[in-house]
Design a protein around this ligand. Structure first.
Ligand code: TRH
Length: 378
């Protein structure tokens, strides 16, 4: 049985905790590892994973312990006994505590330890170039290996569980929709439901104008948050009669996939929710986490180059690109929504082709576990 320590600092929002929790669960459930997720803001984690509040506080085989990262240089977390786990993951450049690095150095003097630094998911070229590269620790000399999730076999792939294809099977759609929509007060018979989980930085008011200008019925299922509150207000101001606005609650992460499966399309954000919408096989609009110097637009362009290859008609491709330009770059296309919706059949076909491709990619937990075994046996 392997032990694994994963270190995570919550920079913003839910994504850091969400990606870490998902991966930790996969190590525990699929590999039987005893995992400790050492996290500085457990409240963010429990907002999307209520089960984390009943997690063990130390290693248990096949389970994820949740441990608060303390700002104490000698005692980075309760239960730290000066020993490094078999597998250590530094998530999203969070930087391991000094005393933990010393523990790795002591361990590696006697037996191997697999130390990884995991980055964000991206389609940019650096993911292929940097994946698997070692970096010797400047003081202790042990190797830390960089891991880049991404959209090719040269990266370590995507966060997806072994049973996911089964859970996201389209045959479950109707049953899931009936159950969840009844719970949320949404209409299960509505012809078109868009799940909405975005950032307030997107041009929300202009988006509301576009929705109001298109007279096809639309049901919005809105996740909690500032962007949804603004969209609700803006739609009311537009008197958008053909738009029904339903507020969805925050759901546990293991139910989030079903929410996406139940919807016809999704406008989602960040890293994890957008990937889950793709895995659910529904057309998606991606709002990226806004970054200084517009680096998120570079990230979008790299992804768009791949994603549009799955969409085979030119009108649908250009409708998707115009919508992405609008939501991420306040692009000027004032009929972006109407064009996107006109292209829906083509986008739907593309979403299914893309989903097939995603299921051919390596699963992140498998890539890391295999590499870890190699390192631990070397
Ligand atoms: O919350 P985010 O905006 O997180 C972001 C991104 O990860 C971004 O890449 C990162 O740089 C930044 O944080 C610091 O979006 P994301 O990635 O989609 O994460 C949301 C998580 O919340 C995801 O795991 C799904 C989960 N979730 C639920 O479990 N239930 C819900 O009801 C909702 C709305 C989300």
């Amino acid at each position: 049985m392997r032990t694994c320590d994963m270190f995570c600092r919550v920079i913003d929002n839910y994504g850091d905790a969400g990606v870490s929790w998902r991966l930790a669960q996969a190590f525990a459930a699929e590999y039987g590892w005893a995992v400790r997720l050492i996290i500085d803001d457990a409240a963010v984690l429990t907002a999307i994973a209520p089960a984390a509040s009943n997690a063990p506080a130390d290693f248990v085989p096949g389970r994820v312990a949740v441990v608060r990262w303390l700002e104490d240089p000698d005692r980075p977390f309760a239960g730290f006994k000066g020993l490094a786990a078999d597998v250590v993951l530094e998530l999203f450049s969070c930087r391991l505590p000094d005393v933990y690095e010393e523990a790795i150095a002591r361990r590696t003097a006697a037996s191997p330890c697999a130390v990884f630094a995991l980055d964000y998911l991206t389609a940019e070229a650096y993911a292929e170039e940097g994946n698997g590269l070692p970096s010797p620790h400047p003081r202790f000399g042990y190797d830390k290996t960089f891991l880049f999730p991404g959209f090719s076999n040269k990266t370590c792939g995507i966060n997806r569980e072994r049973d996911l294809a089964q859970r996201l099977n389209d045959s479950r759609k109707d049953e899931v929709r009936r159950r969840l929509f009844a719970q949320f007060g949404a209409d299960p018979a509505h012809p078109f439901t868009l799940y909405y989980f975005s950032y307030p930085e997107m041009p929300v008011e202009r988006f509301a104008q576009m929705l109001a200008a298109d007279n096809r019925p639309l049901q919005i299922l809105a996740a909690p948050g500032k962007a949804s509150e603004r969209l609700k207000r803006a739609l009311a101001a537009e008197k958008a009669d053909c738009v029904a606005f339903v507020e969805a609650p925050m759901v546990p992460q293991d139910e989030f996939d079903d929410v996406l499966l139940a919807c016809d399309a999704a406008l989602v954000r960040g890293e994890d929710s957008v990937l889950r919408a793709q895995l659910a096989g529904i057309p998606m609009i991606w709002t990226l986490y806004p970054q200084s110097e517009d680096t998120h637009l570079v990230k979008l362009a790299a992804f768009a180059r791949l994603y549009v290859q799955a969409i085979d008609d030119a009108a649908s491709r250009s409708a998707w690109l115009a919508m992405e330009d609008f939501v991420n770059n306040a692009g000027a296309c004032s009929d972006a929504w109407t064009r996107w919706r006109n292209a829906f059949i083509g986008l739907q076909k593309g979403a299914r082709v893309w989903r097939e491709r995603l299921f051919q990619l390596p699963a992140l937990a498998d890539s890391i576990a295999q590499l870890a075994e190699k390192k631990l046996k070397s």
